[in-house]
Design a protein around this ligand. Structure first.
Ligand SMILES: [Ca+2]
Ligand SMILES: [Ca+2]
Length: 191
């Protein structure tokens, strides 16, 4: 009997594991109106400009965060999209990065940690007028860089969809196993 229950346990384990892994593969319906660019999903709003705080709220309204570019690969993917799709060239886009809390220390709004990646324009960040605390994407000759700007400047918003928390796959699996063992009165497979 012990062996049978262990086999059931293994089969259940094998059955739910692929489902856990597939959580990160999102369907198109799930990600609308966000579009896949590189490894993330973005919503690029070019309908209206807004200040940085307005951009933060705009993204929250879509259960997302003002975009934070965290690697050269993400910068390249987003830059390529913006420079090859009509309607985005020459525009400035707010990012979820600010040094409002501590001058000179740019932090990521989405996780409260120091910014991981920067591609500052020449001479930036300069905190011009001692009043530039919000970061935006700035295009020079069709190449995007970062600049600190006055937070009440009017730019467009780029939002990014939150990544599924992969650790929860393991949590879900662990919880399932615990519930299964409680309901089947299996102390453990070694008995
Ligand atoms: Ca500043
Ligand atoms: Ca600046």
């Amino acid at each position: 009997m012990g062996l049978t229950k262990c086999c059931i346990l293994i089969l259940c384990f094998a059955g739910i594991l692929p489902q856990s892994i597939n959580i990160s593969n999102r369907s198109e319906n799930e990600t609308q109106p966000f579009i896949e660019i590189g490894s993330k999903y973005y919503l690029i709003n070019t309908a209206t400009t807004m200040n940085w705080f307005g951009a933060v709220l705009f993204c929250r309204n879509y259960d997302s965060d003002l975009a934070v570019i965290e690697s050269l690969a993400e910068m390249n993917a987003l830059s390529f999209y913006l420079t090859t799709n009509e309607g985005h060239i020459g525009k400035n886009f707010w990012l979820g990065l600010t040094d409002l809390a501590d001058e000179g220390k740019f932090m990521s709004l989405k996780d409260g940690r120091p910014m991981l990646y920067a591609k500052w324009a020449g001479g930036q960040p300069d905190n011009a007028g001692q009043n530039e605390d919000c970061v935006h994407l700035w295009a020079f000759e069709n190449i995007f860089y970062m600049n600190d700007n006055n937070c009440i400047a009017q730019h467009y918003a780029i939002c990014e969809l939150r990544q599924p928390k992969k650790t929860c796959d393991v949590c879900d699996l662990k919880n399932f196993m615990e519930r299964f063992m409680q309901h089947t009165n299996i102390p453990n497979c070694r008995n």
